[in-house]
Design a protein around this ligand. Structure first.
Ligand SMILES: Cc1cc2nc3c(=O)[nH]c(=O)nc-3n(C[C@H](O)[C@H](O)[C@H](O)COP(=O)(O)OP(=O)(O)OC[C@H]3O[C@@H](n4cnc5c(N)ncnc54)[C@H](O)[C@@H]3O)c2cc1C
Length: 475
């Protein structure tokens, strides 16, 4: 037996993808009306912002539903979208290898098919979890095999309704000049924005000595240093391990809780009932679940924990919030939990903040969109201002109006980011939720296109030629 060379195995997979797409192409008629934009062009049916795993999947799914005038825009360089080869530092994904989602139900588009095309069924059986960079390679293959219309190097800078029409005007910053795109709908699949170094940390420490675990930087800058990491989530552990692997002298990971959270209900949520129908729960239950998840926290996955504990130079410090931090002129002095540390560099692994008001490109949305604090008042024991800032989305992921009638255009803007998780499900924005959440968003886009052209649909129904039988059949 001769192994199939890799390139031809992937060519074979490309043919299978085409064949499966053809097999499941029903229904094929075009249905989305072209709409003229103010600049004389035809508006996009949908502008997808972000070409990470969600942006690509939504693009692929919209095309299958014959929503064809789409554009996918990403500020990143091609092949560097999302966290996978930029700031993610784990060796493998944190979720089980069996997850599906980008495939949208087509076996040939799954990660497994891509992996097996190159490594065979034995290679699949031998793999424990998906290697991190292989996930990016798979997404690159997916984009290329489906010929998705991605424009890189464009950053969405503004989004607003076009007065007197059903269109949205999107302003982009590009390497050359600012550009404007008109679209009938928009999905914000912008992923991991909102990670920032806490101000108290940034102000206390020189800029070249403070990093964020979820920002792209070369861990080699920490070579020879004593590194303090604040925060016990997976990214904190990954960054500590990466720093040590790159030659850091030590990595002390400090966190506020008395112990690491030992449970992770997110894995339990990965069942077909919960993933599909969290959205149908009453608001009070959604809030209570998210509040509980935030209260118990989320530690690292076991392989990440094991890797860190086995790395010389790594130390874990529970019950150690940082009460004070200062720069002595040569080192960073930290006090917390009754301990004192001297570091050469610090890393914030303090998670992500959801706040529309902090994102300039969201200004028009933030001015009109309902937040959870506008729609739901939790009992005092579940008070949680951070959750109150999450946007209150409808069940297909569209923004809703804070005041009815003021901004109906918001129904044309959908989102799947961390901010969507209170409305759509705690793991909806992750790999493990894509199988259920991506089709929902695709339906959301179709719903708004269909309802916006409802009058044209009626005209076509009444005035179109729907002849089925020949004239003779009347006699
Ligand atoms: C470090 C890390 C590890 C993770 N590991 C796992 C895991 O193992 N399993 C799991 O289930 N989940 C994991 N997640 C959660 C989730 O699956 C990822 O965050 C995933 O990348 C989300 O995909 P996405 O397409 O929504 O966003 P991203 O992959 O983040 O893609 C968003 C894209 O939007 C672009 N963008 C942002 N703002 C703009 C703008 N204004 N204009 C133009 N483009 C813009 C970005 O450049 C980016 O390429 C992880 C998250 C992180 C941060």
């Amino acid at each position: 037996m001769h192994p199939i060379p890799r390139a031809s195995a992937l060519d074979d997979l490309r043919s299978r993808i085409r064949r499966e797409l053809e097999t499941l192409a029903y229904p094929t008629p075009a249905w989305v009306e072209p709409v003229a934009a103010p600049d004389g062009t035809v508006a996009l049916d949908c502008a997808v912002i972000g070409a990470g795993q969600y942006g690509l999947t939504l693009g692929a799914g919209l095309r299958r539903e014959r929503v064809e005038r789409i554009g996918i825009f990403d500020v990143a360089e091609p092949g560097r979208e999302g966290p996978w080869v930029t700031f993610a530092r784990m060796s493998m994904l944190r979720t089980p290898k069996t997850l599906t989602g980008p495939d949208l139900g087509l076996p040939s588009l799954s990660f497994r098919a891509w992996w097996e095309a190159q490594h065979g069924a034995d290679g699949w059986a031998a793999m424990f979890r998906i290697p991190r960079t292989s996930w990016m390679d798979y997404l690159n293959f997916y984009r290329e095999a489906l010929d998705l219309p991605v424009t890189n190097g464009w950053r969405l800078a503004s989004l607003e309704p076009v007065e007197g029409s059903q269109l949205l005007r999107l302003g982009f910053e590009t390497v050359a000049e600012p550009r404007t795109v008109f679209a009938r709908s928009c999905v914000l699949a912008t992923g991991a924005a909102g990670f920032s170094i806490p101000e108290w940390m940034a102000q206390a420490v020189p800029a070249d000595r403070v990093y964020h675990a979820n920002h792209a930087f070369d861990p080699a800058v920490l070579r020879g240093m004593r590194v303090g990491v604040l925060g016990a989530g997976a990214s904190g552990f990954d960054t500590a391990v990466a720093a040590l692997a790159a030659g850091a002298r030590s990595a002390d990971l400090c966190f506020r809780r008395p112990a690491l959270p030992l449970t992770n209900p997110r894995r339990w949520m990965e069942n077909a009932g919960y993933l599909a129908h969290y959205v149908d729960l009453p608001d009070a239950r959604k809030w209570a679940m998210m509040h509980r998840l935030l209260s118990i926290g989320q530690g690292p996955p076991k392989p990440t924990y094991d890797a860190a504990m086995a790395t010389p130079g790594f130390a874990l410090h529970p019950a150690t919030p940082w009460d004070s931090i200062c720069w002595s002129g040569s080192e960073i002095l930290v006090e917390g939990g009754g301990r004192r540390f001297a570091f050469d560099a610090v890393v914030a692994a303090t998670g992500m903040r959801v706040d529309l008001a902090e994102r300039p490109e969201m200004a028009a949305i933030a001015a009109e969109a309902a937040l959870w604090s506008d729609r739901y008042a939790p009992p005092p024991e579940e008070a949680n201002p951070a959750l109150g800032r999450f946007p209150y989305l409808d069940r297909l992921g569209a923004f809703t109006e804070r005041e009815a009638g003021r901004a109906p255009w918001l129904s044309r803007v959908l989102t799947i980011t961390r901010g969507a998780t209170l409305s759509l499900g705690p793991v909806s924005a992750s790999n493990s939720g894509m199988k259920y959440t991506a089709p929902r968003l695709i339906e959301g886009v179709k719903r708004c296109l269909f309802l916006d052209q409802e009058a044209a649909t009626w005209r076509e129904f009444i005035g179109g030629d729907h002849t089925e039988l020949p004239r003779e059949a009347v006699a």
